[in-house]
Design a protein around this ligand. Structure first.
Ligand SMILES: NC(=O)c1ccc[n+]([C@@H]2O[C@H](COP(=O)([O-])OP(=O)(O)OC[C@H]3O[C@@H](n4cnc5c(N)ncnc54)[C@H](O)[C@@H]3O)[C@@H](O)[C@H]2O)c1
Ligand SMILES: O=C(O)[C@H](O)CO
Length: 425
C-alpha cells in the first residue's frame, strides 16, 4: 500500500467521512458538506494523478463517499461503459493497453475507478462517488453498481463554457490567430501585406457537429448565430430542439432580408466530414467513438477544413492527425484534448496549423465552482438518502449561492440500476 499522502481536514468531528482526491475551486462545496455533518478530507498531494494504491490509502477503513477527478483522458473503461450496440471502430488488444512504438503497453492516464476501488469503498461503508466532470469514461459504472455505489457526474453547468472554448478554437484556427500572435511576438512584422496570414471566412460556410448532445448543440448554436453558418450534424439520435432552433432562426433571418441558414442531419459521419468546412467533435468517448477520426476519415475531409476537438483525445487517432497536418498545411486543428494526456504525439507541437490548449474547455470560474458544488451534492445526497433530481440538465437550483440546494442528488448516472427514486421537484 502507498504511504499516506498529504491531507487537509475540515470539520474533524463530522459523522460522515467524505474524501476529495483533489482540492476543487470555490468554498461553497466545502461549506455544503461540513454544514451537513461531513468530515471532509481533501488530498493536497501535488501528484496530478493518484494511483489506485494512493486512493485505497485515502479510502481507508471508513469512508462514506469520494469525490474524484477524471483529470486526464481515460481509456480504461471505454469498453465497459459502452451503452451503444453498433461498433464500427474496434480497438485491437486489451482495453487497458495503448500502442506505443509498435508495442502494446499498459497505461493508466486517469484516476482508475474500477473494481478494486469500488469494492474497497463498499467495504469501508461507502455508497457514493462523484466525478468532478460530465464525462465518466474513467469510471467502471458496472463495477460501481455491483458494489452498490452511486456514480455522479456534473452535466448542465459546463455546457456553454465548453462550447465557447470549442468556438474559440474554431475561430483561432480559421483566422490563424496563434500563428499570427507568435509571428508578432517574434518581431517579424514589418508592415501590412496582402498575403499575410490569410485564413478562412466562416460566414455562409457549413459547420459540422459530430455528437449533437448538450455541448455539440450549444456549439452549433454559437456558430450559427454568431457566424450565420449552415449546419450538418451526425448523432445516433435526432437533435430535435437544435433542428427547430435553426429552422426558426433561418426564418427570422429571412424576415429581416438576410440569407437563410439551414440544417441537415447526416445519415453517416462521413457525410459530415465530406461537406463541412469546420467540424467539431462532441461525442462521449466509448468504443464507438474511439479513433472516430483516423487516416481514412481525415482523407475525405476538405483540404482546407478545420477540425476541433474538445471532447476526449482518443476520439482522434493523433498520430494519423500529425501525418495529415504535415501533408496538408491548409488543414487546421484546434485541440483541447489529447490521446495520451498530458503528452502529445510526436510532431504535433511543431505543426503551425494547430491551436493547442491544455484541457481547459470547462475552465471558467463559474463552471468550475459549479462542478465542485454538483459533485459534492451528488455525494452528500446519496449519503443522506435523497432522491435523484428529475432533470440533471436543469441544475440552476443547486447553484444559487443565496439559497439552500434542493434535497436531491443532481446527477447520478447509475441511479436507475441502483433502484434510486426520483424527486418530484
Ligand atoms: N474538454 C473538456 O474539458 C470537456 C468538457 C466537458 C465535456 N467534455 C466531453 O464532452 C462529452 C460530451 O458532453 P455532453 O455534455 O455534450 O454529453 P451528451 O451526452 O449531452 O452528448 C454526447 C452526444 O454524443 C452522441 N454520441 C454517442 N456516440 C456517438 C457516436 N458513435 N457518433 C456520434 N455521436 C455519438 C450522443 O448520442 C450524444 O448526443 C463528454 O462525455 C466529455 O467526454 C469535455
Ligand atoms: O468531462 C469533463 O467534464 C471535462 O473533461 C472536464 O471538464
Amino acid at each position: 500500500m502507498a504511504k499516506p499522502i498529504s491531507i487537509q481536514i475540515w470539520n474533524p468531528r463530522g459523522k460522515y467521512r467524505v474524501v476529495s482526491t483533489k482540492p476543487m475551486p470555490g468554498s461553497r462545496w466545502i461549506r455544503l458538506l461540513t454544514d451537513h455533518d461531513c468530515r471532509l478530507e481533501i488530498c493536497t498531494e501535488k501528484k496530478t494523478i493518484l494511483s489506485v494504491d494512493d486512493i485505497l490509502a485515502l479510502i481507508g477503513d471508513k469512508c462514506d463517499g469520494v469525490i474524484g477527478q477524471e483529470s486526464k483522458t481515460g481509456l480504461p473503461f471505454l469498453f465497459a461503459n459502452s451503452f451503444h450496440h453498433h461498433s464500427t471502430h474496434q480497438l485491437p488488444g486489451d482495453p487497458l493497453s495503448i500502442m506505443d512504438g509498435g508495442r502494446w503497453r499498459l497505461t493508466v492516464l486517469t484516476e482508475d475507478w474500477g473494481e478494486t476501488l469500488f469494492s474497497a469503498l463498499s467495504r469501508a461503508g461507502g455508497s457514493a462517488f462523484s466525478n468532478m466532470a460530465v464525462g465518466f469514461n474513467n469510471v467502471d459504472v458496472k463495477a460501481a453498481t455491483k458494489y452498490g455505489v452511486a456514480v455522479g457526474n456534473t452535466p448542465g453547468v459546463l455546457t456553454e463554457t465548453t462550447a465557447e472554448l470549442a468556438a474559440a478554437l474554431s475561430l483561432a484556427a480559421a483566422r490563424r490567430v496563434v500563428e499570427a500572435d507568435m509571428f508578432m511576438r517574434a518581431g517579424l512584422y514589418d508592415g501590412w501585406l496582402p498575403h499575410l496570414f490569410v485564413g478562412n471566412l466562416l460566414k455562409g460556410q457549413t459547420v459540422g457537429v459530430i455528437g449533437a448532445g448538450r455541448i455539440g448543440s450549444a456549439y452549433a448554436r454559437m456558430m450559427i448565430e454568431g457566424f450565420k453558418m449552415n449546419l450538418i450534424y451526425y448523432d445516433l439520435y435526432q437533435a430535435t430542439r437544435l433542428e427547430k432552433f435553426v429552422t426558426d432562426y433561418g426564418q427570422f433571418l429571412q424576415s429581416i432580408g438576410e440569407q437563410l441558414v439551414t440544417w441537415k442531419r447526416a445519415a453517416t459521419m462521413h457525410d459530415v466530414l465530406r461537406e463541412a468546412d469546420v467540424i467539431s467533435l462532441h461525442p462521449i468517448l466509448d468504443k464507438t467513438t474511439h479513433h472516430l477520426i483516423n487516416k481514412d476519415s481525415l482523407s475525405i475531409m476538405k483540404k482546407e477544413a478545420i477540425l476541433v476537438n474538445a471532447s476526449r483525445g482518443p476520439v482522434i487517432d493523433e498520430a494519423a492527425l500529425v501525418e495529415h497536418l504535415k501533408a496538408n498545411p491548409m488543414f487546421r486543428v484546434g485541440l483541447d484534448v489529447f490521446e495520451e494526456e498530458p503528452f502529445m504525439k510526436p510532431g504535433l507541437a511543431e505543426q503551425k496549423n494547430t491551436v493547442i490548449v491544455p484541457h481547459i474547455a470547462s475552465a471558467s470560474k463559474w463552471t468550475r465552482e459549479g462542478m465542485a458544488t454538483l459533485a459534492a451534492l451528488n455525494v452528500l445526497g446519496k449519503i443522506k438518502g435523497y432522491p435523484l433530481w428529475s432533470d440533471p440538465n436543469r441544475v440552476a437550483p443547486f447553484l444559487d449561492e443565496n439559497s439552500q440546494p434542493p434535497t436531491a442528488c443532481p446527477s447520478i448516472v447509475n441511479g436507475k440500476q441502483l433502484g434510486l427514486t426520483t424527486s418530484k421537484l
